[in-house]
Every structure is written in structure tokens, then in C-alpha cells.
Design a protein around this ligand. Structure first.
Ligand SMILES: [Zn+2]
Length: 496
């Protein structure tokens, strides 16, 4: 491997920001307020018919005309087409002109993440995250407004994330159902009080994994600075304590596969080990700390090279899942173009927007030349995602919502469009956002499909998403465990 250079304070600050930049975190100890009105609004024992719409089936790759569903007890009771069944129904809704999709799944949504704070003590930056239940509620509504009825939250305070999951499940909080992780488990030079759980001699990785599992998380998040040995021990502990593992790893992805991690995140396999030997030393000597890696590594990466071809084949042949979070990088690379970057910013919480505009952003300090270099590698990143798909890698769609300029809900639509621009077929993208994600998250028997016995998770659109994924902006009705929600009402509640 390599020896890091002695960091200056500015570098430490940038490194610190880089470390928190993905997948971070909230302060412990705060619960989510009960909201009994939400429980009261939940669908009860009504039996409802929705009929006369076009049902899009991403698995069969078909559009079924004159479709209907019967929803009873928060579940889908019957699905069909042609003449709808005769009741009695408590409600019957003519959905003429609408297209219906299964409820969408964002596999990378930090729904509880609040603004990042920085305080300097004795000349050393101290990073934190301000937790705010109002921001969580805002993000949750934004996700639902775009038809996102299920998420994986791959990093945050364990108690807060578990409380979110339980509050949603119990009907105390309006938001997508969640599979959740705790704080990132890392080995970093700079401690992050309350943000990351750092491995040390006193605190081995097994103890941290055990604590997270005891707190009730579904997954542990294994982070960038962990060694291959750390990752192997973390994976063994995850198996022992019955939780999944998500890696935002600094090691070669083939190592992550060998170790048996369940998931990888971000289309940024930035291990120097994957670079050709003739450019590796140059890269290591000239690279800058922080998010510059997002394009500097790609400038040196050769998709035709043996290590990268082998890496793609290895992840594709394994069960490991990947969400590319293209939107997270896109919004940084186009950070010099506010019209692009801020297209959906009115849906983000004002405190988050202010945080991103003033402090917490990937492109902090980037010059015009940096933005140009970043945009220049974008086609390579798109090709990488296409190669992963072509090879059969198990891709889902994640946004890294909560990170800079990533608006809840709308960002999943953007992620779908970015995958389309990368050359993936529309139906494949729809499966990645529904049935495939559900299966890979272990929820394949309850959501991700419009089928009898499944949770009534659906989104009705005025326009056809197979013509343009922007049709998700025309959602008029979202069913979330049978609860009928109006996207326009949700958007109006959260718009700045
Ligand atoms: Zn993340």
C-alpha cells in the first residue's frame, strides 16, 4: 500500500470533510417525536379498488392496460386487468389516464442526517452533525412525494436510525420504511466525536459491530480507511451478530468480494491497486486529499486494463450489491453551474441548503480547471456503470440523500435519468429501483412488486415513465402500505 504524506491543517480539514462527506451521521440520544395524527391517517381495514390505469411491470417488461388492484388491510389483495371486480368496496377510484409503478426504493438515503458543523478547538477542526427531527420529517416527506416507499439508510446514529425505522413501522412517523445502519466504522487520524466509531486497540472492530447489532441496526457500515484485515474481522463479526455489511471501502473491490461483504456503495473504486503500475506512483505522489480523488483517480484509471476488467468480472460473479450514487458526484462535478446543481434544491430543507452553500460540499475549493477535469472523466464513470450492468453486477439505485445538494425523492428520479444516460435499459433501471432492490435488501417477499400479498406500495403517474423518467414529477397518488398520499400536498408542505 502507501504511506500518507504528513497532512497540513488545511489538508486535515479537507480529509476530515472527505471522511464525513459520505454516509454520515447524527448525534446520539435524541428520539423522534411521536405523531399520533400520522397513525390516525394510516389505512385501516378499508377495502379499496383502483382501476382503469396502465400497470407497468418492470419484471415482465410489459404495460398492462385497463389494470386494477384491490387494496385491503394495507396489502394488495388482487391484481388484474379488464373488467374490475364487483365489490363491495369501501372506495373505488377511477385512475383513467394514469400509469402505475411499484413503490420505489432508494438504497442510499441518509434520511436522518442534519447539517454538518465545524468547530476549531486548539487549532484542530472538530466535526459534528446537528440532529433535527424536523429535517428527518422533511426528508421523509420528500422521498414519499416521488414515490419512494422504502429506503436503506446506510449510515447515521444507530439509536436515531433505529428509532426512525420503528416509528415508521408503528405509524408514528410518516416516511418510507427503512433498513438501517449505524455510524460508519472507520480507522481515521482525526476522531469524530459522535460521528464515526473508530477502531482502536481498546475498541476492536468486533466490539463495535456487536454494539451496533445490539442497538438494532440491520447493517454495519465499514468505511474507507479500514484495512483488509479490519474488513475481514468486521465481516466475521457481522455474520456472528446477524447483521449485513455495507462497504464504502478504500481497498480493491475484489478484496471486498473475497471477504464477503454484502454491499458496496459509490461508483468510486478508487484503490491505487487498480491503477496500472506505470501511472500508480505518479498518482500517489501528485494526488490531493479530499474529494479531488473523485476525478484524479478516474483520470488515471483504464477501464480496459486487466485489474479493472477483472474487478468488474469479480463483483459481477459474486452476490455483492452496488449502488453507484451517480447523482452525488454529478452535483459536485457540475457544482460550478447552479442552474444544474440547484434544479431540485427547493425540495431540500433550508438548513441543509444553507449548510451546503456555506460549508459542507465535495467541491470545496475547486477551481475552474478542477471542474473541467471532473466533467472530463464523467463519460468514463458512465461507462464503468454500464460495464457493471452488462457483466451482470447486482446494481440498485441509491442517491446518498443528505449529502450536498441531493434533494430527497427528486434525486432518485435524477439517479434513474443518469443511469439511462449511462446506457442502461429503461426496464432494467425500473427493476433496480423496485423488485431487484427489494430482493437485495431482503424485502423481496413484501415490496417491490404490484402483486397479491405484497405491501400496497405503489405510485400513480399522469405521464409514462417509459417515455421520460421525469414522469415521476407527475405523481398524483402514492400508496405507502396502503396509505393514500398526495405528492402535491407533500411537496407543498416542504417546498422552500
Ligand atoms: Zn452515504
Amino acid at each position: 500500500m502507501f504511506t500518507p504524506r504528513q497532512p497540513t491543517l488545511a489538508h486535515r480539514f479537507a480529509c476530515s470533510l472527505r471522511t464525513i462527506i459520505f454516509c454520515l451521521l447524527t448525534c446520539p440520544g435524541l428520539g423522534i417525536a411521536d405523531d399520533n395524527s400520522v397513525a390516525a391517517q394510516r389505512a385501516s381495514d378499508t377495502v379499496r379498488l383502483y382501476y382503469n390505469f396502465k400497470r407497468i411491470d418492470p419484471v415482465a417488461e410489459k404495460v398492462i392496460p385497463a389494470a386494477y388492484v384491490v387494496v385491503a388491510n394495507n396489502r394488495i389483495q388482487a391484481v388484474g386487468s379488464g373488467a374490475p371486480p364487483v365489490g363491495p368496496f369501501d372506495e373505488a377510484h377511477d385512475m383513467q389516464g394514469h400509469f402505475a409503478l411499484p413503490g420505489l426504493i432508494d438504497t442510499h438515503a441518509h434520511v436522518t442526517l442534519g447539517p454538518v458543523t465545524v468547530a476549531v478547538e486548539d487549532g484542530i477542526p472538530q466535526l459534528g452533525v446537528e440532529y433535527d427531527p424536523a429535517i428527518t420529517a422533511h426528508n421523509a416527506k420528500g422521498l414519499l412525494a416521488y414515490g419512494v416507499t422504502t429506503i436503506r439508510n446506510p449510515g447515521g446514529d444507530a439509536a436515531i436510525n433505529v428509532a426512525y425505522k420503528r416509528d415508521v413501522a408503528a405509524g408514528r412517523l410518516l416516511g418510507p420504511e427503512a433498513r438501517v445502519a449505524g455510524p460508519v466504522i472507520d480507522r481515521s487520524a482525526t476522531p469524530f466525536e459522535g460521528l464515526a466509531d473508530l477502531v482502536s486497540e481498546d475498541r476492536p472492530i468486533e466490539a463495535i459491530v456487536r454494539e451496533h447489532a445490539a442497538a438494532g441496526v440491520d447493517d454495519v457500515k465499514l468505511y474507507f480507511s479500514l484495512t483488509a484485515e479490519d474488513l475481514a474481522r468486521g465481516q466475521a463479526a457481522a455474520e456472528q451478530y446477524g447483521v449485513g455489511s455495507i462497504g464504502h471501502v478504500g481497498v480493491d473491490w475484489r478484496t471486498a468480494v473475497e471477504i464477503g461483504l454484502d454491499a458496496l456503495v459509490h461508483a468510486m473504486p478508487t484503490s491505487p491497486d487498480l491503477l496500472n503500475p506505470e501511472v500508480r506512483d505518479d498518482y500517489l505522489q501528485n494526488r490531493r486529499p479530499g474529494a479531488y480523488e473523485f476525478f484524479e483517480w478516474w483520470e488515471q484509471a483504464d477501464l480496459e486494463s486487466e485489474p479493472i476488467r477483472d474487478m468488474i468480472a469479480t463483483v459481477a460473479a459474486s452476490d455483492i450489491t452496488i449502488d453507484a450514487t451517480l447523482i452525488a458526484f454529478y452535483l459536485a462535478f457540475w457544482g460550478d453551474q447552479p442552474a444544474v446543481r440547484d434544479a431540485y434544491l427547493e425540495l431540500a430543507h433550508p438548513k441543509m441548503v444553507q449548510n451546503w452553500q456555506t460549508l459542507f460540499r465535495f467541491d470545496l475549493g475547486w477551481t475552474a480547471a478542477d471542474y473541467a477535469r471532473a466533467k472530463a472523466v464523467w463519460p468514463k464513470i458512465q461507462t464503468f456503470v454500464k460495464l457493471l450492468h452488462n457483466a451482470g453486477a447486482k446494481l440498485t439505485l441509491g442517491t446518498d440523500q443528505g449529502n450536498p445538494f441531493i434533494a430527497p425523492g427528486a434525486s432518485l428520479m435524477q439517479e434513474m435519468i443518469l443511469h439511462q444516460q449511462a446506457g442502461l435499459p429503461d426496464y432494467a433501471i425500473l427493476r433496480m429501483a423496485t423488485s431487484t432492490a427489494a430482493e437485495l435488501l431482503g424485502m423481496g417477499q413484501k415490496t417491490g412488486k404490484i402483486a397479491p400479498g405484497y405491501d400496497a406500495d405503489m405510485v400513480f403517474l399522469k405521464h409514462n415513465p417509459l417515455e421520460d423518467f421525469k414522469a415521476l414529477e407527475t405523481a398524483t397518488l402514492v400508496l405507502h402500505n396502503g396509505q393514500a398520499l398526495e405528492p402535491e400536498v407533500l411537496k407543498a408542505e416542504i417546498k422552500n
